[in-house]
Design a protein around this ligand. Structure first.
Ligand SMILES: Nc1nc2c(ncn2[C@@H]2O[C@H](COP(=O)(O)OP(=O)(O)O)[C@@H](O)[C@H]2O)c(=O)[nH]1
Ligand SMILES: [Mg+2]
Length: 231
């Protein structure tokens, strides 16, 4: 039997949090094994926190909600992993833009891997051309600078074994670069990782500012490279 904790970071998601959490719960109910959905908001200013608490009431023992004051998906990830009751952790976005079939496949792969990387590059995706270009450049640089050969370092569609990543958790970046931090430290430890294609349909406006996010991610990448090279 496979048990898993599904983690979802949220920021001002009042439009979709109720509907999509219910959709996810219905999907997970049909799978074998026990699960919990852990949702963590940081700094949401709309009614997301109240709605999150209502979801906890509506789905006791299935949905847990946390709210942190400071923004940053890395902070939310750290909180959710610390809170997770199961060793298999699967990260998805609140817009459920990645096909949910990733979840059972990932659960299974986590039996033999420490990290599973769902990659939109290898699957189909309908995303804006600017986002595609920015991610192509970023993925190439990650390969050149850190020697990481994966194709997707976004938050969604990633699986982690809690026991394998917990040690470095307090050191991860507080923004979205935490994904690279976790994967890079797993590579250095020689942990087993597996990349699989995912289907992604994402047309809504990002909650991230794409320009700010590109600069932030790039500087974080350079910082990691610099630290490795000169320390
Ligand atoms: N906890 C938390 N979640 C965030 C923050 N910013 C974005 N998110 C969530 O991260 C997920 C991915 O956001 P989305 O806008 O779909 O990203 P994109 O489609 O990859 O550009 C969604 O569930 C957002 O609500 C944040 O500062 N804190
Ligand atoms: Mg999205």
């Amino acid at each position: 039997m496979d048990n898993a904790t599904i983690v979802i970071p949220v920021y001002n998601e009042e439009d979709i949090i109720a509907e999509n959490t219910e959709k996810l719960v219905n999907f997970l109910d049909k799978l074998d094994g026990r699960y919990e959905v852990v949702i963590c908001s940081n700094g949401s200013t709309d009614s997301t926190p109240e709605m999150g608490r209502e979801l906890e009431q509506k789905f006791p023992e299935k949905v847990r909600f946390f709210h942190l004051e400071d923004r940053g998906v890395g902070l939310a990830f750290e909180k959710m992993v610390n809170e997770a009751s199961h060793d298999r952790i699967i990260s998805v976005d609140m817009d459920l833009s990645v096909d949910l079939s990733f979840i059972p496949i990932c659960m299974n792969l986590l039996n033999k891997n420490s990290i599973v990387i769902g990659s939109k590059r290898l699957g189909e995706q309908r995303r804006s051309s600017f986002r595609l270009l920015a991610s192509t450049i970023f993925i190439s640089l990650t390969k050149i600078l850190l020697g990481l050969n994966f194709h997707d370092y976004s938050i969604a569609a990633k699986g982690y074994r809690k026991g394998d990543i917990i040690e470095k958790l307090s050191e991860i970046d507080h923004g979205s670069s935490y994904v690279i931090d976790v994967i890079y430290s797993a590579k250095k430890k020689g942990l087993k990782m597996k990349e699989i294609p995912v289907y992604c349909h994402d047309v809504r406006k990002s909650k991230f500012n794409i320009y700010q996010e590109s600069i932030y991610r790039l500087s974080n990448l350079l910082r990691l490279w610099f630290r490795e090279r000169f320390s």
